[in-house]
Design a protein around this ligand. Structure first.
Ligand code: FAD
Length: 457
């Protein structure tokens, strides 16, 4: 009887799972394994919202495996130690896993290879599991990665993707492999009240509904803050509960301008992955320094607190920050404008904003979060690094009737139409009835400070 271990990481699914597919081909029995590595806690990858979503994913994966005659084995401890122990317990000769992108994932892989090598167990690492196209698979002449999105997208679109692999019908797990009990979501403290349910089953249901209704309208509706016309698939992609290859292939089959726009957006995810894979330091350091001398954190403490708590006095910014706290998620247009507000209008270091997002976002990940923050701050890959998004212009354009603001800022619930975006323009009598703060910054002054700092005045 031959045995293989499949180590699940950011790929918590059974459909279109190359490591599982290969392991089932190579061996008679397979141990599906997830390891709660202490590195996950230390690196802050498991803030409460993501921890709760992860717990859902693990429970769902276990249930799906059980329907196929198997189960998920969960271990607690460092990955190399636990995988090695499991391989020894079941006599496995191979371990299969998805290739990672971050520095953390690379270190994990190296240590695992070392640990298994001594026992004669082979580590087989599979590409294009976490992304649709593997980082480094397409490169421009003379560089190891694309620094600009459009040419990357053109090359990425020409790559041929595999046909999504079916989920296995049966999974035979050897007896006698020890595992921890499944974690319980109810025991995770500090979770946002509006957090969605995690797991492959919920993700597939959402994608099916989205393909039938939202996808065709995506091109027209994706920037409408109140209409919520995006897929909300990001947390499922983050945990790998959905395969990006399958998402792209099924969307392409659907066809039309909505699907095209959606696939382009999914490509942004791969784009950032290939940047960070080539420049791992960009998770903490400027990808392209603009020699910013960001405001001192203590001096800006009140502004930062107002931004975090959604009481900047700019209703669209406050609505977005409150949505983040309530749902553990925020609309992309809103992410853009609150990040621009923090880094440019308030001139606060992007790392402070990125940290807050990572504390709350259910889809928060080092790759997409840090690279998007850098993009907005102008230290990343944006080709117009010094542009500043005016929150009023953004609000009028993407929330023209003020519905999004009134949904999240109940103090302004009685202010009708677009007047809600500028409460300071209300009459003194109207204003005195509102329990809503004055703006923390004058937009023109904020803009002048930023331009001066960047040597653009
Ligand atoms: P849709 O519009 O339905 O897009 C489909 C998928 O494409 C998304 O699920 C996502 O996987 C991908 N995608 C879309 N836009 C981007 C983008 N700009 N960059 C990378 N992938 C994208 N996304 C994360 O997954 N994790 C993060 O931590 C994260 N942090 C961000 C921080 C800032 C400051 C900004 C501006 C954006 C950030 N994004 C992040 C990107 C984007 O906002 C979210 O992916 C998107 O809002 C998720 O909603 P959706 O699934 O409905 O997206």
């Amino acid at each position: 009887m031959t045995v293989a271990v499949v180590l699940f990481t950011s790929d918590l699914r059974l459909h279109d799972h190359p490591p599982l597919h290969a392991a089932l081909k190579a061996a008679d029995e397979v141990v599906p394994l997830f390891v709660l590595d202490p590195g996950i806690h230390a690196a802050g990858f498991d803030a409460p919202n993501r921890r709760a979503f992860l717990v859902d994913c693990l429970n769902d994966l276990d249930a799906s495996l059980r329907r196929r005659g198997g189960r998920l084995v969960i271990r607690d401890g460092p990955v190399p130690r636990e995988v090695r122990a499991v391989a020894a317990e079941c006599g496995a000769t191979e371990v299969h896993m998805a290739a990672g992108v971050t520095a953390y994932a690379h270190r994990r892989e190296e240590r695992l290879r070392e640990a298994l090598g001594g026992d004669g167990v082979a580590l087989r690492v599979h590409e294009a599991v976490i992304t649709a196209v593997a980082p480094g698979a397409v490169t421009p002449a003379g560089s190891d990665h694309f620094a600009v999105f459009s040419p990357y997208f053109r090359r990425w679109s020409q790559e041929s993707l595999r046909e999504p692999l079916a989920a296995p019908r049966t999974v035979r797990v050897p007896d006698g492999v020890r595992g921890e009990p499944l974690p319980d979501r109810a025991k995770v403290p500090g979770v946002s009240p509006g957090l969605p349910t995690g797991g492959e089953s919920a993700g597939r249901d959402l994608f099916s509904r989205w393909s039938r209704s939202g996808l065709a309208l995506y091109e027209d509706r994706h920037d409408d803050l109140a209409g919520d016309g995006t897929s909300r698939l990001s947390p499922y992609l983050h945990f790998g509960a959905l395969s990006p290859v399958e998402l792209v292939q099924r969307s392409r089959t659907h066809g039309g301008p909505g699907a095209e726009a959606f696939v382009r957006q999914v490509c942004w995810r791969d784009f950032h992955h290939q940047v960070l894979a080539a420049r791992p330091g960009a998770s903490t350091e400027d990808y392209r320094t603009r020699h910013d001398r960001w405001r001192d954190e203590e001096e800006a403490a009140e502004d930062i607190a107002a931004w975090r708590e959604g009481r900047t006095g700019y209703p669209v910014v406050d609505a977005a920050m409150r949505q983040l706290r309530h749902e553990g998620w925020m609309h992309n247009r809103a992410r853009l404008l609150v990040a621009s507000f923090l880094t440019k209008t308030l001139y606060v270091d992007w790392r402070i904003g990125a940290r807050h997002f990572l504390d709350l976002l259910v889809d928060g990940d080092i790759v997409n979060n840090q690279m998007n923050w850098q993009w907005v701050a102008g230290t990343g890959t944006d080709t117009r690094p010094h542009r500043v998004l005016n929150p009023l212009v953004q609000a009028r354009r993407f929330d023209p009737d003020g519905i999004y603001v009134r949904r999240w800022v109940p103090e302004l619930g009685d202010v009708d139409g677009r007047r809600v975006h500028e409460p300071w323009r209300l009459t003194a009598k109207e204003r005195s009835a509102l329990d809503y703060p004055e703006p923390v910054v004058d937009l023109a002054e904020g803009l002048a400070r930023f331009r001066h700092a960047r040597g653009r005045d």
